[in-house]
Every structure is written in C-alpha cells, then in structure tokens.
Design a protein around this ligand. Structure first.
Ligand SMILES: Nc1ncnc2c1ncn2[C@@H]1O[C@H](COP(=O)(O)OP(=O)(O)OP(=O)(O)O)[C@@H](O)[C@H]1O
Ligand SMILES: [Mg+2]
Length: 324
C-alpha cells in the first residue's frame, strides 16, 4: 500500500506512532521503511540509529506499530478460510495448469515466467488476460485484467484472435483489458497506485500483468556499482505488488528475461534477471524454453508446495494450449 492510499483509507501511518514526527518519518521513508509494517519488523537498536532517537523511544514506537497492526497468529482453520476465496485463472493448457497445482495462476499470489525471447512469456500473458474474464466454471475469475506493457509488445489483434477462437466477442474482451505503457521504472512503480485507485473506484480487476517486470530496471541500472540500488528498488516494488495481490485477492503475473551465466558449466546456462529477490517474491516461478517440434517447456522452480516438475505446451493461434 502506498502512503497516499494508506492515508485515504484512514489507516494509521508512521506519524501516528508516538515519538515519530514528520522529520523522523522522512528519514525512515528514505531508508525504505514507509509504513507500519516496515516499522513493526525493525529492531530497537536499528531504529534508534536510523532515526536518531533513544532506544527506549524506539522500542515503544515498534511496540505501538505492532499493536496497531494486530500482528499475531491465526490458527490453521482461520488460515484455511482465508485461502477459500482464492481464485484460479486457466493458462489455456491443462499441462501448464497441472504444473501450477491444477487450475492455473492463483490469486493472492505472484506467478513469474522467465526465459529467452520467443519462449512464450508474453503469449501466456495475453491468454491469461482473456481467460481471467471467464466465469469460474470455465477457468476464470470473472474479472478485468490490467496489462502493464514496458516494451510496447501488447497487440490488440492478438487478443482478438485468442478471444474469437473461444467464441467470445473480441470487442468485449478488449474492453476488459486495461493497458498502460510504462515508460521507465518510476512510471512502472507509480502505476500500482493507479491500479489501487481503479479498484477502489469499483473496477473488478482480478489480474495484473507486468510484461516485463525487470526490463526497465535492467536498462536504467546498468553499471556494476548500481546493482545494490537496483535490487533495493526492485525489492520494494515487488513488496508492493504482493501486498496488492493479497489485499485485493488478485493474481499477479510477471515476465522476466534471462541473462547468460558464464559460471554455470552444465545444464542451461541462463539465470533470471533480478536473481533471488524476484525468486523469493514469486510464489510460483516458471522457466520457459523452446522444446521439440515447436513446443514450449515450462519448468517449475522452487515452489513452496509443489514438486519441481516440467510441462509441455504450445503457442497456437488460439493462445496457449496443450496441442498445436
Ligand atoms: N498467432 C500465433 N500463432 C502461433 N504462434 C504464435 C502466434 N503469435 C505468436 N506465436 C509464437 O509465440 C512466439 C513469441 O512468444 P512470446 O511473444 O511470448 O515471447 P516472449 O517469451 O515474450 O519473448 P520476449 O522475451 O522477446 O518478450 C513467436 O515466436 C511464435 O512462435
Ligand atoms: Mg515478451
């Protein structure tokens, strides 16, 4: 949640905490602590040092933040209940759905596909944007999709093809996809605020696509010395994406490029951009590559509850499918 949104919702912000005025709040924000959650997970000595306040005051501030957030445990039944309203968006391929646990891309989660150019990452994005609109019985979540396009590769004509192949009205389907071109990483980050606003205004957004998650970050922080800054900014962005997914019960699908990893001598010598920061943020992470006879192969990487498996799919005129 962004600062402005927190304020609009009437929820507590950093300056509502005793001992934290605007000056200290600004210092905290500059260090990446921009809400109560960020404060709640700090230790008194680190807050004391960062904010230039005594340790006793720091401890009280942290306790106050934890109190306001109602941080604590929920039992397994409560947890299961919260998971009951999770929705699933079919990828268009049963194989790929099974790889992801059976029904496709999940709400309240972030799913990442990384792989070389032409491996099918954008094609899956386009297929998901159409399928999200379907009713639950048909593999959708009855919602609209947001498509954040960082590379100008969104093609309405391709959406038409996919929609028409399933007998849907292409115009209607296109109307339910809200496309924004992100011109740089700051713009890309700002668009999250915009999405939160649209949802507050009643737009039934159930899928947010970012194609590509990392291209701008990679281009803008090209120097070796800038890696730490890039990762910090990316990390903060990912954190906001996941919070949005959780808060609005929507699915986030991101694409990611690969870079050559010269240190790897066996197997496929490619690594995802953004490395572990993106990997840890993604609930489901897939690696896409070209397979035999025009097929694509998706490999599941480090899933919390599923075995690391592979699935074969095709990119057809009708979108992502099991067959050509
Ligand atoms: N209408 C279509 N019918 C069949 N196959 C198609 C169609 N449109 C695209 N494809 C296939 O999808 C491929 C492009 O895949 P996609 O755009 O998803 O790549 P990507 O993984 O997003 O790559 P990049 O990293 O360059 O963005 C094409 O090379 C082609 O094989
Ligand atoms: Mg692409």
């Amino acid at each position: 949640m962004t600062k402005s949104e927190t304020q609009e919702k009437g929820e507590a912000t950093l300056t509502d905490i005793p001992g934290i005025g605007p000056g200290i709040a600004a210092k905290l924000e500059a260090a990446g602590v921009y809400d109560l959650m960020g404060l709640a997970v700090m230790s008194p000595p680190s807050l004391s040092e960062l904010a230039g306040i005594g340790e006793a005051v720091a401890r009280k501030a942290i306790q106050a933040a934890r109190g306001l957030l109602n941080l604590g445990f929920m039992d397994g039944m409560e947890f299961a209940k919260k998971r009951e309203d999770v929705g699933y968006i079919s990828t268009g391929s049963n194989n790929l759905n099974n790889l992801l646990g059976g029904k496709g891309v999940e709400t309240r989660s972030m799913t990442e596909a990384y792989g070389a150019f032409g491996s099918g990452k954008t094609q899956l994005a386009l297929t998901l944007a159409v399928n999200a609109q379907l009713p639950k019985e048909q593999g959708g979540v009855n919602g609209k999709a947001v498509y954040i396009d960082t590379e100008g590769t969104f093609r309405p004509a391709r959406i038409r093809q996919i929609a028409e192949a399933m007998g849907a009205s292409a115009d209607k389907v296109l109307k339910n996809i809200l496309v924004a071109r992100a011109f740089n990483s700051d713009h890309q980050i700002l668009l999250i605020d915009k999405i939160n606003e649209m949802i507050k205004d009643g737009e039934p957004i159930k899928l947010v696509i970012i194609d590509s998650l990392t291209a701008h970050f990679r281009a803008e922080f090209a120097g070796r010395g800038q890696l730490a800054d890039r990762q910090q900014k990316l990390n903060r962005y990912l954190h906001n994406l996941i919070r949005m997914a959780e808060q609005h019960n929507l699915a986030v699908y991101v694409t990611n490029q690969v870079m050559a990893n010269p240190a790897m001598m066996f197997g496929d010598p490619t690594t995802a951009i953004g490395g572990n920061i993106v990997g840890h943020a993604s609930t489901y992470r897939m690696y896409f590559r070209r397979g035999k006879q025009g097929s694509r192969v998706a490999k599941l990487i480090d899933s919390p509850n599923l075995p690391d498996n592979e699935a074969q799919f095709f990119v057809s005129e009708a979108g992502v499918k099991d067959e050509e």
